[in-house]
Write a protein of this length. Structure first.
Length: 226
């Protein structure tokens, strides 16, 4: 393989890993909100265990990135940040059912992205990390589905479940689209990663505005079905 081709492939892999890393930072923040808002002890304990999985993902992804002589981006995605604001607003109402419905949307996005990533061809060290993370996310999502059905009677086929699924898919598609733009930029740009992080911190507003409306629309729709 030519040196230039190797460099391009490595840059693309690092961008992909950083995209997943930011998704796990999103998840850790969302779990923190959900844990603080949940009223049932058993929910908080389970969410804390799941958050530990995401923290392990952060450690493992960071190691993979550093092993490629690159810098991990320890920042969340901006679109998901807007969604977490909506989740926080819902949690303030103290309604476990509505909180879990909103929380499930984040878990769906993480599950789907890890599934897609795990199916791609990667070096062996990357494949093992992504496969394990994909299994974690499937387990997290199934727990939310089962808890909603067992404790609140909300199944995928119930009226609330069907309505919420539409919003959930819309959120996932919106976030995936915006995060894909970020990932492509990371793969193409030649500036240092630290410089990119500093720029995001200096000017986050432009990327976030498009997501705010969708995040709070989700909060409104879920709130109306309480």
């Amino acid at each position: 393989m030519e040196p230039l081709t190797t460099e391009v492939n490595t840059r693309g892999l690092v961008a992909e890993l950083n995209d997943l890393l930011k998704l796990d930072h999103d998840a850790v923040q969302a779990y923190g909100i959900a844990i603080g808002a949940a009223s049932r002890t058993e929910y908080r304990r389970q969410l804390e265990a799941f958050r530990a999985d995401h923290e392990r993902h952060i450690t493992e992804l960071s190691q993979l990135i550093r092993s490629r002589e690159a810098t991990p981006i320890d920042l969340p995605h901006l679109p998901s940040g807007a969604f977490k604001l909506a989740l926080q607003a819902i949690g303030a109402a103290g309604d476990d059912r509505t909180l879990l419905l909103a929380f499930k949307a984040n878990e769906r996005q993480v599950r789907d992205k890890y599934r897609r990533a795990a199916r791609l061809s990667h070096p062996a060290d990357v494949t093992s990390v992504l496969a394990r993370a994909a299994e974690d996310e499937t387990r997290h999502y199934l727990w939310v589905l089962e808890t909603l059905e067992d404790d609140f009677g909300i199944s995928m086929d119930s009226p609330i479940g069907r309505a919420e699924r539409v919003v959930e898919i819309a959120h996932a598609r919106m976030a995936d689209t915006m995060e894909d733009v970020e990932r492509r930029a990371l793969g193409a740009m030649q500036i240092g990663t630290r410089g990119l992080i500093d720029e995001i911190k200096r000017n986050p507003l432009g990327s976030a505005l498009a997501a705010v409306g969708a995040g709070f629309l989700m909060a409104k729709l879920l709130g109306e079905r309480r």
